[in-house]
Design a binder for this molecule. Structure first.
Ligand code: ISL
Ligand code: CA
Length: 571
């Protein structure tokens, strides 16, 4: 198995990564051409968002053939070559496993849809409606009903887009088919899977209405998410597939609860090794996600600290494990959300990177993050993201939000923000392609691009590189215990990472205001990395906006040694 606790994983969303054949769409040969760039950055492993055959209603998350590569990305030979080139560089790869649903263009669904006696009928959830309405009141993740009409009376369950039909995991044949897909890629040499919305695979028996006393569509919550059988299925998947290949399982869990995440990943569960959690990416969103604007996208630094603390402590107390990320293809880029692009672009980008690389858990980088790429507001006519388009309509239809306002909200949160082409240079089309890309390019590529970042020693890129080197040379950053100091400080996050050999102290001002701090403990140490000026570690310190430091603490002899192996904190 890949050494995931010591790895840095880079997410590639292939459509916008690098175009090799000048059709305006990123592809596998484009990825191959950038492997040296990733290696140079210090990346051990890539997570490749879906490259399988797909009608692209949800850009690859609607798979029509698990065994075929989408022609716009290349061929199976290209994919084999990618594996070869990765291995040559000592790098590994996690594939995206989208197994909660297939595209309605998948052969299983087509057969089920066309043939009432099809054995594939039970692969999906086909159900009679109720009095001219869908079978239940579940709200889809992308807005509106979770059900799509098959004919006048009958519907099928589509928890995301109407062309993504949910698979029935209670059917053992479905599970076997998915395991076969996994084996196909594991035999080729992939190292594991990032499992898309895998905590949705156990739907409540009978698919009952959620909160039937309430009017309108209801978010199905525990009727759809984190059902008890998810654990059973993950264990079975481990027994039948993952363990045979010593492959890594990484769950993407929509609104995964802390307890479930810890259970999924606790080694005793014999399921998977890592999950993502959504609590940082959900900050400022209402409980239903990015189109739930009840919080007006505002959150406090205390909330940010609280979420961090909660997950960091849980991992230690419950022996689970998460991957930490700030950006991905499902959220707008994080600098605008957690940092400050206008006034403290470099400082905040580096402070947030420092945060992500000093926590317990594997750090993930989303393509372009390492060069400080920013969001781009697209005109409504330029939107590509189905979630955005449908959610805007749903806000209007269901909540009576005027379309003009709904579109403003959509433009603010749409996933398109994070899906613009990677900016490789200041040449035509940012060196991504030599023709107009499939989605609008951010015009700021003239000054934000990989080529220039690699030349400038003060760039965000070089800071990421340093962080990666630092993480690899300090075991405490990978597996050390997390101990927070100054919990109640309103702006500064302060914590130690400790193992038998060393103690590190991390200080990050998460705000755009300068802040003073009197450390809970008197500590001595030397600076390892900072994002501004070198500063001596003192009990009382003043940090500029987004100022961040890592110190190596000088150990005092009388200090009681914290042994991770003998204590209850087995990490
Ligand atoms: O982004 C979210 C929270 O604001 C989620 O609702 C998101 O849709 C969820 O994490 C599921 O994401 C994954 O599955 C989707 C796909 O569209 C996303 O791209 C994928 O990451 C359906 O396959
Ligand atoms: Ca291409």
């Amino acid at each position: 198995m890949i050494d995931f606790k010591h790895s840095v994983i880079y997410q590639i969303w292939p459509r916008s990564f690098k175009d090799s054949n000048n059709d305006g769409i990123g592809d596998i040969q484009g990825i191959i051409s950038k492997l040296d760039y990733l290696k140079e950055l210090g990346i051990d492993c890539i997570w490749l968002s879906p490259i399988y055959a797909s009608p692209n209603d949800d850009y690859g998350y609607d798979i029509s053939d698990y065994y075929a590569i989408a022609p716009e990305y290349g061929t199976m030979n290209d994919f084999d070559q990618l594996l070869f080139e990765l291995k040559k560089r000592g790098m590994s790869i996690l594939m995206d496993l989208v197994a909660n649903h297939t595209s309605t263009k998948h052969a299983w669904f087509i057969d089920a849809y066309n043939n009432p006696d099809s054995e594939y009928r039970d692969f999906y959830f086909f159900k009679e409606g109720k009095n001219g309405n869908p079978p239940n009141n579940w709200l889809s993740f992308f807005g509106g009903s979770s059900w799509t009409k098959e004919n006048e009376h009958s519907y099928y369950l589509t928890s995301f887009a109407p062309t993504q039909a949910d698979l029935n995991w209670k059917n053992p044949q479905v599970r076997q088919e998915i395991y076969n897909v996994m084996e196909f890629y594991l035999k080729k040499g992939v190292d594991g899977f990032r499992m898309d919305v895998i905590n949705c695979i156990d739907k409540k028996d009978g698919l009952p209405d959620k909160n039937p006393e309430k009017k309108g569509y209801q978010f199905p919550d525990d009727y759809l998410l984190n059902g008890p059988l998810v654990h059973t299925y993950l264990k079975e998947m481990n027994e039948k597939v993952l363990s045979k290949y010593d492959a890594l399982g990484l769950a993407e869990g929509c609104l995964v609860t802390l307890d479930d995440a810890m259970k999924y990943t606790n080694p005793d569960s014999k399921g998977i090794q890592m999950t993502f959690h959504f609590d940082i990416s959900m900050l400022g969103y209402g409980s239903l996600g990015k189109y739930d604007f009840r919080k007006f996208y505002r959150f406090t630094t205390s909330e940010f600290k609280e979420v961090t603390r909660k997950w960091q402590n849980a991992m230690q107390e419950k022996n689970g494990y998460v991957g930490n990320f700030l950006s991905n293809h499902d959220n707008k880029r994080h600098l605008e959300r957690f940092g400050n692009i206008e006034l403290y672009y470099l400082e905040s980008a580096k402070a947030l990177a420092l945060y992500n690389f000093t926590l317990y858990g594997t750090p993930f980088i989303y393509q372009g993050e390492e060069i400080g790429m920013t969001n781009l507001k697209l005109d409504y006519s330029e939107w590509k993201d189905y979630e955005a388009i449908n959610s805007v309509q749903a806000m209007h239809d269901m909540l009576h939000v005027p379309l003009s306002i709904a579109k403003k909200i959509g433009a603010y949160v749409t996933r398109d923000n994070a899906r613009t082409p990677v900016q490789w240079s200041n040449e035509n089309y940012a060196g991504f392609s030599s023709v107009t890309p499939w989605i609008k390019l951010n015009p700021n590529y003239i000054h934000i691009n990989a080529h220039d970042s690699m030349i400038d020693p003060q760039s965000i890129y070089h800071f990421y590189k340093k962080l990666i080197v630092l993480r690899k040379s300090h075991e405490a950053l990978c597996t050390g215990k997390f101990i927070e100091l100054n919990k109640d400080h309103k702006s500064i996050l302060c914590f130690k990472r400790i193992n038998d050999e060393e103690e590190l102290l991390i200080l990050i001002n998460l705000t755009k205001q300068a802040a003073d701090i009197t450390l809970d403990e008197k500590l001595d140490g030397i600076e390892l990395l900072h994002n501004g000026l070198d500063k001596e570690l003192r009990r009382v310190m003043k940090l500029a906006p987004y100022e961040a430091h890592i110190y190596q603490l000088t150990k005092k002899e009388e200090k009681v040694k914290v042994s991770l192996h003998s204590s209850k904190y087995r990490v």
